[in-house]
Ligand binder design. Structure first.
Ligand code: FAD
Length: 321
C-alpha cells in the first residue's frame, strides 16, 4: 500500500562508510540528503571488533563505534538518517528525470539524484562452529584482519582468484597458511595458482572442507574432512579466513542498471556514474577489487560530488531553456 510521495534532491541508500561519506559531502553541499540505513545500520564494519587501518585512528577503533561517529558527522551537517529498506526502484532514463524509490514496500520517494551504497555481503560457510566464532578468529577479510595473526598459523577456505590472492597476502604475514580447496583443483587463474604453489609456507589441501572450527571463545584449531576418503584431521590454528566470495546487494536494481556478470553495478570510467543519469554508485556495491572502508568512503565522496555537479548541470540547462 502506497503512502504519500516525498520529493528529495538526493537520496542515499545504505549506511556503510560509502553512504555516510556521501552524506557528509552531500549535506555540506546543501543537497539536503536523506539516508536510509537498510537492514544493517552501519554496514559491514559493525560485524568486526577492531578496525586498525582506517586513517585517523592511531590506536584503532571498534567497527560499531566508528560507524556511529560517521553517522554523527553526517547528521551534524543536516543529513536525515532514517531506518528503512529500499524495496523497489524505477529509475528515469532522462537527464533531469525523477527517480522513484519505494521504501519498505509502502512509502514512495521521488529523488532528483540517488546514491547507491548498498555494499556487498561476504559469504560464509554457514556451519554453527564457524558462525559462533565470527569475530573470534573467523574472518571474511584477510586484508582487514590478517595482521592480527602475524607469525601465527592460519587457514583459508576458497579456490578462486580472491582466495589465492588472500592466501598469498597471509603468507607474507603468518607463519603457515593451510588452504582448503573443496575440489581437486583451484578455480583461480593459472598465474595465481602458480603464485600460491610457489610459496613455501602455504600448504594446499585439495578435496578438503571444514568439518568443525575448534575453540570456545576464540579459534584454537580446525577439524578438516577429506570429501573423498571421509578422513578427518585436526590442525592447530588461531585464525580462519573464509574467501568463498561476496554477494553485492543489488537485487532491487536488476533490470534498472547495468551490472557485470556477478551483479556488481558498473560505473563509468573514474566516476561513480551508473547507466542512468542522476544515479550514482559508491562503495563495495561497485567495487569487487579493493573492498575496504577507506576505498568505500573515497567513492562515497566522489558520488556526492558527481551528484552535485549533475544537479548543477541540470539546473543551468533548465535556466537556459
Ligand atoms: C568481518 C569484516 C571485517 C572488516 N574489517 C575491515 C577493516 O578492518 N578495515 C577496512 O577498511 N575494511 C574492513 N572490512 C571491509 C569493509 O567493511 C567494507 O569494505 C565496507 O564496509 C564497505 O562499505 P560500503 O559502504 O560500501 O558498504 P557496507 O558496509 O556493506 O554497507 C552497506 C549498507 O547498505 C545497506 N543496504 C543494503 N541494501 C539496502 C537496501 N535495499 N536499502 C537500504 N539500505 C540497504 C546496509 O544496511 C548497509 O548499511 C571488513 C569487512 C568484514 C566483513
Amino acid at each position: 500500500m502506497t503512502e504519500k510521495i516525498e520529493r528529495l534532491k538526493t537520496l542515499i541508500i545504505g549506511s556503510g562508510p560509502a553512504g555516510y561519506t556521501a552524506a557528509i559531502y552531500a549535506a555540506r553541499a546543501d543537497l539536503k540528503p536523506v539516508l536510509y540505513t537498510g537492514m544493517e545500520p552501519g554496514g559491514q564494519l559493525t560485524t568486526t571488533t577492531e578496525v586498525d587501518n582506517f586513517p585517523g585512528y592511531p590506536e584503532g577503533i571498534d567497527g560499531p563505534t566508528m560507524m556511529v561517529q560517521l553517522q554523527q558527522q553526517a547528521e551534524r551537517f543536516g543529513t536525515e538518517v532514517r531506518i528503512g529498506m529500499a524495496t523497489a526502484v524505477e529509475f528515469s532514463d532522462e537527464v533531469g528525470g525523477i527517480h522513484k524509490i519505494t521504501i519498505d514496500d509502502s512509502k514512495v520517494i521521488e529523488a532528483e539524484t540517488v546514491i547507491i551504497s548498498t555494499g556487498a555481503t561476504a559469504k560464509y560457510l554457514g556451519i554453527p562452529s564457524e558462525q559462533k566464532l565470527r569475530g573470534g578468529g573467523v574472518s571474511a577479510c584477510a586484508v582487514c584482519d590478517g595482521f592480527f595473526y602475524k607469525g601465527q598459523d592460519v587457514a583459508i577456505v576458497g579456490a578462486g582468484d580472491t582466495a589465492a590472492e588472500e592466501a598469498s597476502y597471509l603468507a607474507n604475514i603468518c607463519k603457515k597458511v593451510t588452504m582448503l580447496v573443496r575440489k581437486d583443483h583451484m578455480r583461480a587463474s593459472k598465474a595465481m595458482q602458480h603464485r600460491v604453489e610457489s610459496l613455501d609456507n602455504i600448504e594446499i589441501r585439495y578435496n578438503t572442507e571444514v568439518d568443525t572450527v575448534l575453540g570456545d571463545q576464540v579459534v584454537e584449531g580446525l577439524r578438516m574432512v577429506n570429501n573423498v576418503t571421509g578422513e578427518k584431521e585436526d590442525i592447530s590454528i588461531t585464525g580462519l579466513f573464509i574467501a568463498i566470495g561476496h554477494k553485492p546487494n543489488t537485487d532491487i536494481f536488476k533490470g534498472q542498471l547495468e551490472m557485470d556478470e556477478t551483479g556488481y553495478i558498473v560505473t563509468k570510467g573514474k566516476s561513480t556514474k551508473t547507466s542512468k543519469p542522476g544515479v550514482f554508485a559508491s562503495g563495495d556495491v561497485q567495487d569487487k577489487e579493493y573492498r575496504q572502508a577507506i576505498t568505500a568512503a573515497g567513492t562515497g565522496c566522489m558520488a556526492a560530488l558527481d551528484a552535485e555537479r549533475y544537479l548543477a548541470t541540470v539546473e543551468s540547462a533548465e535556466e537556459v531553456s
